[in-house]
Design a protein around this ligand. Structure first.
Ligand SMILES: [Zn+2]
Length: 223
């Protein structure tokens, strides 16, 4: 990589390390050796250190006092609060999409939704994660809110990185139902479908819906 400017190196290192964490190549809690990391990225340690500082801001890695960095460690509480954040962001995106998506975009979303739902039936976690992320970032882009899109991207990456368990084939046409509601321009229904979807994802990631249980003690199951 001849004379790549440092900001570009940092950007590349951030993207690469983020990708490795997402792909579970670097597991939750794993210690990151700066020098080895720099070598694997074919760059000096300075831009890699800057990249780690940036990833620390995103919550993907954590500084260890005097020992460098490690991949952020899984913690049920942080996972729950992340799921709650994602639900809030995604529900707003679903509402905005119902108002703002063009006809072409609805068609595109329909296609992506079918792909994502088909992947959900498989055990191929990498593909599930990839299609899931692509679908939800596309939704956020169609909502025409750059800040929401970025926040959702961060939440997704964190949620995937913290995922402690194997997925079961989970949901049943959840993306298709969501897109149907968006296509009807029904913001309330879109929000409802998204909320269900987020709850399903959180459950698949091992987040106990603890607070809901507490609120509706004698309520019927929602299965
Ligand atoms: Zn999804």
């Amino acid at each position: 990589m001849p004379h790549e400017f440092r900001p570009m190196q940092v950007e590349r290192a951030v993207a690469e390390i983020r990708g490795r964490i997402r792909a579970r190549e670097y597991a939750s809690g794993m210690h990151l050796v700066l020098r080895a990391l720099a070598e694997s990225l074919d760059m000096s340690i300075i831009p890699v250190r800057d990249a780690l500082a940036e990833l620390e801001q995103e919550g993907l890695v954590e500084g260890e006092a005097g020992r460098g960095w490690r991949v952020a460690a899984y913690n049920p509480e942080s996972l729950r609060s992340l799921a709650e954040l994602r639900e809030a962001l995604e529900c707003q995106v679903a509402r905005l999409c119902a108002a703002r998506a063009t006809e072409e975009e609805l068609e595109e979303l329909g296609l992506m939704a079918r792909q994502a739902d088909r992947a959900d039936q498989s055990k191929d976690i990498a593909t599930i994660a990839e299609l899931e992320m692509r679908f939800h970032l596309r939704l956020a882009a169609i909502a025409r809110s750059d800040k929401l899109r970025r926040a959702i991207e961060r939440a997704h990456v964190l949620q995937l990185a913290f995922d402690p368990i194997e997925h079961d084939p989970i949901r049943d046409e959840t993306h298709v139902r969501l897109v149907r509601a968006i296509s009807r321009r029904d913001a309330d229904a879109a929000e409802r479908e998204m909320r269900k979807h987020c709850a399903g994802t959180a459950e698949a990631l091992g987040v106990e819906p603890e607070k809901k249980k507490r609120c509706v003690k004698s309520g019927a199951g929602t299965k």
